[in-house]
Ligand binder design. Structure first.
Ligand code: ATP
Length: 225
């Protein structure tokens, strides 16, 4: 599903933030990406989203060589990836339903189909009853669930998350991680950047650790060992 082959990234010709990054994530696999602040976690996710281009090396996502994707093709490529951010980036001038419907409207999905899919996504995150509310009326944990519903409403085969539990207390954070696991159990490939090592150590998935620009691959249950 994801393959990084000797990828390097430097900004503005300065020292490399990522060096010689080499890893694979199989279709249907789930992994955590960790590392200290500034280690390059967001940069690695941005390379997969084509928000940044590597300085060297090759990246393949879903069978596509990212180096061959032209600038104008990027919006189409991104439709296959669901993205969840720490600050959920919801629009507070519209309802929960309208927020989750956004990715479908962009692709011109018929209205009936939009309603069906939005409700299915809200049901999966346990917030079907809140569709008419404004996101402002929801708790932080609920807002994050709305962000996740919006990320999965298109049924993307790949879900990327950047510190999705950053603002949440431990219990809510665990709930959010379990939600990602549920999507993974139905076949979605999931990669989550997080520095919440206590939480990660309780879940058994692949662990990608960035240190001094290099990547090490291990198991999340060994993270505190
Ligand atoms: N657009 C940019 N231009 C220049 N430097 C950048 C840019 N984006 C990130 N960097 C630098 O690259 C390094 C890695 O940043 P990145 O945001 O990928 O780290 P991170 O591991 O996600 O950090 P955090 O956990 O604090 O979010 C940092 O030194 C940062 O200052």
């Amino acid at each position: 599903m994801i393959e990084f082959d000797r990828v390097g990234k430097s900004y503005d010709g300065r020292e490399e933030v990522l060096s010689d990054i080499h890893f694979r994530l199989a279709r249907g696999e789930m992994a955590f990406l960790t590392g200290h602040s500034g280690a390059g976690k967001s940069t690695l996710l941005k390379l997969m989203m084509l928000m940044e281009r590597p300085s060297r090396g090759n990246i393949i996502v879903g069978g596509q060589h990212l180096g061959k994707i032209l600038q104008r093709q990027i919006p189409y490529y991104r439709r296959h990836i669901g993205v969840v951010f720490q600050n959920h980036q919801l629009l507070f001038d519209r309802t929960v339903f309208a927020n989750v419907a956004l990715p479908l409207e962009v692709t011109g999905t018929p209205v009936k189909e939009v309603a069906r899919r939005v409700r299915a996504a809200l049901d999966k995150v346990g917030l079907l009853k809140k569709e008419k509310l404004n996101p402002m009326q929801l708790s932080g944990g609920e807002q994050q669930r709305i962000g996740i519903a919006r990320a999965v409403v298109n049924k993307p085969p790949l879900l990327l998350a950047d510190e999705p539990t950053g603002n949440l207390d431990p219990e809510l954070s665990a709930d959010i991680m379990h939600l990602f696991e549920q999507f993974n159990q139905v076949g979605v490939t999931v990669l989550i950047a997080s520095h919440d090592l206590a939480l990660i150590s309780h879940l058994r998935h692949k662990l990608l650790t960035l240190r001094d620009g290099r990547l090490m691959v291990g198991q999340s249950t060994e993270v505190l060992a």
